[in-house]
Each structure stands twice: as C-alpha cells, then as structure tokens.
Design a protein around this ligand. Structure first.
Ligand code: PRP
Length: 191
C-alpha cells in the first residue's frame, strides 16, 4: 500500500519553496466552511460549477468533494490579451462552456483574483447568457492589485502582492499540484 503524505514539508517540490503563505490545512478547513455555506445557499437547487482553467482545477476538485448538493461541472479556458505583466482586460475564450447556462444556477470557481479583469469580463459574458443566478467563488485574492469591483460571494484568503505558486497556481506550468500556496526561492528563477 502506498503511504499517504501528510506533512506539507514531505512534498518533493517543497525544497523550492521559500515561504508557505497559506497552508494545506488552512485551505482545506476554509473549503469545508465554504462548502457548508454553498450547501445552505443551494439547498433546493442544482448548481453548475464553472471552473476557469487551468488554475481552478485543483480548488474545484477539492471544493466539490465537500459539497452535498447536486453538482454539475463545466470549464472555460481563457487567456488575456496584453503583455505578461500588464493585462488589458480583454479576454479571449480559448474553450467555451459545453453546457447552455440559461436558467441555471452558476457558480464560477477561480483560484486567484489578481487585477480582477479576467473575472470582470467573464461575468459580463456569462450574464448575457441568462443564468438564473451567477456567483463567484475565489480561493485567493490580492487586494493590492484589484482594479475592479467584483461581487465575490465566497472567498478564501487574501494574499500579499507577491508571486505565489501551488494549489493550482504555476510558475512556467510547474508547482500547480503543491497542496499549499507559497513563494518560490529566488534561486528557482535563476536556474
Ligand atoms: C490566473 C487566474 C485567473 C487570472 C486572474 O490565470 O487563474 O484566471 O490569472 O488574473 P486577473 O484577476 O488579473 O485577471 P492565468 O492567466 O495565470 O492562467 P492559468 O490559470 O492557466 O495559470
């Protein structure tokens, strides 16, 4: 039998991490609380979780397994126009939803809200399709970076304006599967 890894320091990528910003235990506890809120809110409804790829796949999978209400899943993939450091607020849809959301109770799941421009665009786009309700769950946000007012219904943690990886967030497509959120050692960028 394969032994389960429990301590986050056991993770093979942990050597690359400078500081743990949100621990695995903190994330899982908060997700259980959020799931309980969602269970109450959607008690007599069928909720459609919409994950924004790629980052949201981890939080969506964990959140969903704490839910007891009936849940369906769909995904969108988007990319923002602009340079790597400057988002323009215009979002290109790389993969649209498979399902028609008219009349559906939609809960958009995001790993992180940075400037907020991606979600701002997505909300307007999804609202135009006539869902019965449209809410946002974002695990992380960077309050110093936010540029628009977003109605985030379920929120996990505020993080400082530093580059973080793990729990869906990547650096050059790596580190998404770390069970916690942390900063990288400067040596990782140099190598
Ligand atoms: C991240 C995150 C959000 C977006 C937030 O995705 O998952 O979708 O950036 O940024 P904003 O609030 O400034 O618009 P990213 O573009 O890194 O793609 P990924 O999820 O595929 O890694």
């Amino acid at each position: 039998m394969v032994g389960a890894r429990t301590a986050q320091t056991d993770h093979p990528l942990h050597d690359d991490i400078d500081n743990v910003v949100v621990s695995s235990e903190q994330i899982q506890e908060r997700l259980q609380d959020i799931a309980a809120e969602i269970d109450l809110q959607y008690a007599d409804r069928n909720v459609l979780l919409v994950g924004v790829l790629k980052g949201a796949f981890i939080v969506m999978a964990d959140l969903a397994r704490y839910l007891t209400v009936p849940v369906e899943f769909d995904f969108m993939a988007v990319s923002s126009y602009g340079s790597a450091t400057q988002t323009s607020g215009v979002v290109r849809i790389l993969k649209d939803l498979d399902l028609d959301i008219a009349g559906r109770h939609v809960l958009v799941v995001e790993d992180i809200v940075d400037s907020g421009l991606t979600l701002n665009y997505l909300l307007r786009n999804l609202r135009a399709r006539g869902p019965a309700s449209l809410e946002i769950m974002a695990l992380l946000s960077k309050p110093d970076q936010i540029r628009v007012d977003l109605p985030i219904r379920y929120h996990g943690f505020q993080v400082p304006n530093v580059f973080v990886v793990g729990y869906g967030l990547d650096y050059a497509e790596r580190y998404r599967h770390l069970p916690y959120v942390g900063t990288l050692k400067p040596s990782v960028y140099r190598d």
